[in-house]
Design a protein around this ligand. Structure first.
Ligand SMILES: Nc1ncnc2c1ncn2[C@@H]1O[C@H](COP(=O)(O)OP(=O)(O)O)[C@@H](O)[C@H]1O
Ligand SMILES: [Mg+2]
Length: 287
């Protein structure tokens, strides 16, 4: 796979199912994505111009909220729903980039219309284009100071190739993610069957993420088990929600607290609820 930008080609398995299940507070988004995906695959044999099904979904929202994880692991619940093995193929747009603009567009076109259909081999496939805006951000294509019209045009070129892919390969559904919906808004929204917004986690979701993370740590350090069900978790979570942290930061918060003190680093099981809440207060205070 030399320089094609294909960074993933897998068949759904346990790991995908676990990663999907570990996404917390996204029940609505999971259902929306899964329902669309199942329908899009079933609409495969229908006329695209008549049904208006483009087999393209967009996931947008702030960084660290689970967009990439949703896209990469959709294959697991989709496989269960369709009772068929589902593939996931991922394209890292920036890896197929050349500093010469025209070459990049030709390469992207070749990957989407030849390489990906070849790899999918007729199997039901989720094709992921993560951070689709990175195409528009490439210095050889346009710079950050560039005319927004050029930015849209570059993204448009990819979406046009995706249209072709949809015509060529009814077994493939495409999920693109973006941290910057404003950059790709017009181009994406006009083609995507669904646009799924992933927000920052609520206080309840943060509490559940803390519990799930502590439970994982407790497998090695049993002293942490009492913290998992401790009432102060929701207090800490409210503080963290006021600090507008994302879900990735919420997962990492336990590590941050453990590693901020030599005694808990040496003996993680000794972490107290008080220390956890106080660290959350500090975070809100910007310390
Ligand atoms: N909703 C969530 N629930 C639990 N953990 C999450 C959630 N969203 C993100 N994470 C954690 O953050 C990491 C990065 O998430 P990712 O899917 O890359 O976010 P994004 O693509 O929105 O930047 C995940 O591996 C996971 O550990
Ligand atoms: Mg991402």
């Amino acid at each position: 796979m030399e320089h094609t930008g294909i960074v993933r080609d897998e068949v759904a398995g346990e790991r995908h199912a676990a990663a999907w299940d570990n996404l917390i507070g996204l029940g609505g988004q999971k259902n929306q994505l899964l329902a669309w995906a199942a329908l899009a695959l079933r609409a495969a044999t229908l006329d695209r111009t008549a049904t208006a099904v483009n087999r393209l979904a967009a996931i947008e929202g702030p960084p660290g909220t689970g967009k990439t994880t949703l896209a990469r692991n959709l294959c697991a619940p989709l496989g269960d729903l369709c009772a068929a093995p589902v593939r996931v193929i991922e394209f890292a747009a920036h890896e197929a980039m050349s500093s010469e603009h025209g070459r990049t567009q030709r390469e992207v076109h070749r990957v989407l219309t030849e390489v990906v259909p070849g790899l999918s081999n007729g199997q039901p496939t989720v094709f992921v284009v993560d951070e689709v805006e990175s195409l528009a951000m490439h210095p050889g294509a346009v710079s950050l100071e560039a005319n927004p019209v050029d930015v849209h045009r570059t993204t448009d070129a990819v979406l046009t190739a995706l249209d072709l892919l949809a015509d060529l390969s009814p077994n493939i559904i495409t999920v693109v993610t973006t941290n910057f919906p404003d950059l790709v808004d017009a181009a994406l929204r006009s083609r995507a069957d669904v646009t799924i917004s992933v927000p920052l986690p609520t206080a309840e979701a943060i509490a559940d993420i803390l519990r799930s993370t502590l439970a994982a740590w407790a497998a090695e350090f049993p002293g942490l088990k009492t913290l998992v069900d401790h009432h102060s978790i929701s207090t800490a979570a409210k503080e963290l929600a006021s600090a507008h942290i994302d879900a990735r930061q919420a997962r990492k918060f336990v590590l941050d607290v453990l590693s901020s003190d030599l005694s808990t680093a040496a003996d993680p099981g000794s972490l107290t609820a008080t220390a956890l809440v106080s660290a959350a207060r500090d975070r809100r205070g910007g310390r």
